[in-house]
Ligand binder design. Structure first.
Ligand code: CP
Length: 292
């Protein structure tokens, strides 16, 4: 694997190999790579978890991390993404981790560069390392995907997390149900009443309401969204005993999820964040050493 840009490029076998490697890293620690590699993290959209956990993984792998600040780079002078990437390649960077607001930004890059690209989120397209850490967290909990029912609920139209997880979960044997207001259903077939599905699911994966992608459309107040489409404390009482709550974060407390539930016993949200370091180390190692 030279690049990781989409979950669609991965077979089930490749997914399981990455999850197994992340599991080894979690149990035994992240081992340094057998050579010296340089990486730069190009984030053209805000990030806390993805950027920091990539950097943590890179440091633990013994990589040189070349700092890049989009707001202080020549992109402000009109440099294109392609030219930024070619420049970093010429400087000697081996791998770029890129988050960019344009869907599929990587299409223009992967055939025209020699370095490796890891997609850390493209617009409303894909977020493969988030999907892998979600899958890792589910596998840690249940040991399998076969026969599980996963409910993905929220602002689905704008969610690269929903898109990345939907196909992967189905291919791995899970049943996926989507719940969303009609305005944010996108290309997905969604239910829009919690009561129809809440008792059936093993995993409830909530999505952030992505106000920054709504271009001024306001359909709900925070309170009305929470009452109609959020996981309220009252609704959570209908979950099965074994059901877990997930969210890629950042979360809007009291909007898509009740404040209390974020750190409740059913929540795996901070476990997801922890797992992000091991998954990102597994992805970088796989790309740089050709393991998979
Ligand atoms: N889940 C996620 O991508 O979070 P950040 O936007 O903080 O990276």
């Amino acid at each position: 694997m030279k690049h990781l840009v989409s979950m669609k490029q991965l077979t089930n076998e490749q997914i399981h190999a990455l999850l197994d490697r992340a599991d080894t890293f979690k149990k035994d620690g992240i081992r340094e790579l057998p050579g010296k590699y340089t990486v730069s993290n190009l984030f053209f959209e805000p990030s806390t978890r993805t950027k920091m956990s990539f950097e943590m993984a890179e440091r633990k792998l013994g990589m040189d991390v070349l700092p890049f600040e989009a707001g202080f780079s020549s992109t402000l002078k009109g440099e294109t993404l392609y030219d930024t990437v070619k420049t970093l390649e010429a400087i000697g960077v081996d791998t770029l981790v890129i988050r960019h607001p344009e869907d599929g930004y990587y299409e223009q890059l992967i055939e025209r560069t020699n370095l490796s690209i890891v997609n850390a989120g493209d617009g409303s397209g894909q977020h493969p390392t988030q999907s892998l850490l979600d899958l890792f967290t589910i596998k840690e909990e249940f040991g399998t995907f076969e026969g599980l029912t996963v409910l993905i609920a929220g602002d689905i139209a704008h969610s690269r997390v929903a898109r990345s997880n939907a196909d992967a979960l189905k291919n791995l044997g899970a049943k996926v149900i989507f719940l969303s207001p009609a305005e944010w259903a996108g290309e997905f077939n969604c239910v829009n009443r919690w009561d129809d599905v809440i008792g059936q699911c093993d995993v409830v994966m909530l999505l952030r309401v992505q106000h920054e992608r709504h271009e001024g459309d306001v359909y709900f107040t925070k309170e009305s969204y929470h009452a109609q489409y959020g996981l309220t404390e009252e609704r959570a009482k209908q979950l099965q005993d074994h059901t877990i709550i997930m969210h890629p974060a950042p979360f809007n407390r009291g909007v898509e999820i009740a404040d209390y539930l974020i750190e409740s016993p059913k929540s795996r949200i901070f476990q997801q964040i922890e797992n992000g370091v091991f998954i990102r180390a597994a992805v970088l190692e796989t790309i740089l050493t050709g393991r998979n």
